[in-house]
Design a protein around this ligand. Structure first.
Ligand SMILES: Cc1ncc(COP(=O)(O)O)c(C=O)c1O
Length: 294
């Protein structure tokens, strides 16, 4: 399969699929190579992939190449990418200038084990664009960025508790893997959610230090923050959450996050991907969760 030559690409044709066929059968029929790749991968990788969020039932697509707005999977299906790695690929796939710059760097070596000239140049450019940011710490993943930010807040304030919104995802680590998609019967009252561990293995001590506040309900969130104000090291808010956009008219969200003004010093706003356009299938953490839309 050569993504540069569109003629060789087999395109899925909706009309050719018999309407009596269920959507999962249709999916399996269109993607036999992805199914085989998944069966092979799951023998050596949990969920057959390297990030939980990339798995969806019955099996995820196995992709081979991307260019511009298009993706090609191992079966040769060409697809339009509406996700762009959760919106991080703002230039699309394989932009020639990005390829050129990457190749230039590869020729100089990959991990040099000491600071390089490129790092401050990139930081300067980010600071030029991000209003309010003062300095930059690069991390290999969003999870680690949030771990470091929360550790800095804890160290600065001398407090342990952090607040996060119910339903929000801030990476796969103990303090934030709390009430991401809690089963409704365990979630507690809508305006004062319980802290529910997302996975087994999160210690009670960690759970007790994560305060869960409701999204799209600034008043309830503010009252919980007030109640725990003296214990809180940070409030972390992603204004546009992956599965639930902010409700227009909820003032706390529009102004940059929940939280009473006196607590705003501790407000860590934004997270890593706040340009995310919306939810997506495949965020299969197993529970439907609460409807936060109103
Ligand atoms: C808002 C948010 N925070 C943190 C993360 C974790 O990032 P990573 O998967 O790079 O650890 C994600 C990942 O999707 C995210 O959407």
């Amino acid at each position: 399969m050569n993504p540069r030559n569109r003629q060789t690409i087999k395109r899925p044709r909706g009309k050719s699929v018999r309407s009596s066929m269920g959507i999962l059968e249709e999916y399996a029929k269109q993607n036999p190579g992805s199914k085989a790749a998944y069966e092979r991968a799951r023998l050596v990788l949990p969920s057959g992939c390297t990030r939980t969020v990339l798995h969806w039932p019955p099996f995820p697509l196995c992709l081979r190449a991307g260019r511009g707005t298009r993706l090609w999977d191992v079966d040769g299906n060409e697809r339009i990418d509406f996700n762009f790695n959760n919106t991080t690929l703002i230039l699309g796939h394989n932009h020639p200038r990005v390829v050129e710059a990457t190749e230039e760097q590869l020729a100089r070596g990959t991990v040099l084990g000491a600071p390089t000239e490129a790092e401050p140049r990139l930081a300067e450019e980010l600071l030029r664009r991000l209003r309010g940011a003062e300095r930059v710490r690069f991390t290999p993943s969003g999870t680690e960025a949030n771990m470091q930010a929360i550790r800095a807040a804890r160290s600065y304030t001398g407090r342990d508790m952090v607040a996060k919104c119910e339903g929000a995802y801030h990476g796969s680590w103990d303090a934030m893997d709390v009430s991401v998609a809690p089963p409704l019967e365990e979630a507690g009252p809508r305006r004062a959610p319980r802290s529910v561990r997302q996975h087994e293995g999160i210690p009670d001590g960690v759970l007790g230090n994560t305060l869960v506040i409701p999204f799209n309900d600034a008043e309830a969130a503010e009252s919980l923050i007030d109640e725990h104000g003296d214990e809180l090291a940070a409030v972390i808010v992603e204004p546009v959450q992956r599965d639930m956009p902010p409700e227009p008219g909820v003032p706390g969200v529009r102004q940059g996050g929940h939280g009473a003004p006196r607590h705003r010093p501790y407000l860590r706003r934004g997270d890593i991907l706040q340009a995310r356009p919306g939810g997506r299938p495949g965020d299969a953490r197993g529970h439907p969760g609460r409807d936060h839309s109103g």
